[in-house]
Design a protein around this ligand. Sequence first.
Ligand code: SAH
Length: 232
Amino acid sequence: MKKIGIIGAMELEVEALKSKMSIRNKKEKASMEFLEGTLQGTEVVIVRSGIGKVNAALCTQILCDLFEVSHIINTGVAGSLKKEIDIGDIVVSVDALHHDVDVRIFGYPLGEVPQVGCLAFPADEHLANLAVSCCKEVNPDIQVYQGRVVSGDQFISDKQVKDHIIDNFQGFCVEMEGASIAHAAYLNHVPFVVIRAISDKADDSAEMDYPTFEKAAAAHSAALVEHMLPLI
Ligand code: SAH
């Protein structure tokens, strides 16, 4: 049976979905509240993981162990790494990697976690293609891009740091949870996709832009997730 785990790092990324779902059960684990029920006629577990890679990985493991979800969707906001990807636009993951892992001294490429066997964790193609086609329907005025999501435990708001990430990882957007959700989902053999709407440009303008645009961006991403659910 399909049961979709939906993770947002922050409350504003999941609040609209939570308010629309019909809740059957609430369970607290690792200081996170997991809401079980249905949304758009689909079985879901919706949770705010908290910010950063550790929170997101813990949350993903709990969704796998305790709730036995069949799919995982991460919805939220991110900084753009490409000139053409504007604030409000959506990036759907092809894959996701950690930009803050560096074990090059032992021969691993920058970003690769030793002994896991891959640099970037591939998203589920069906989920990703569905997200793109739904986005064109739900948000016709917004551009949707399919590309790499890169994550680290840093808010990127400096052009030099942004350029370093672009040069090394060919990412489309940068945020703080996607790769660890992807990593945990990969280890558990659960299909996943990361969907992020752009809140800022991950450069010196991010400090101003992020608080201005986070709410609207988070809403774009959540609306897309809601629309996708019955089609999964
Ligand atoms: N405003 C929050 C902190 C937000 S941190 C507070 O005060 O507690 C930024 C969040 O948005 C993270 O969850 C991250 O995934 C995402 N994000 C958006 N833009 C980002 C950027 N430029 N760099 C890194 N993460 C970004």
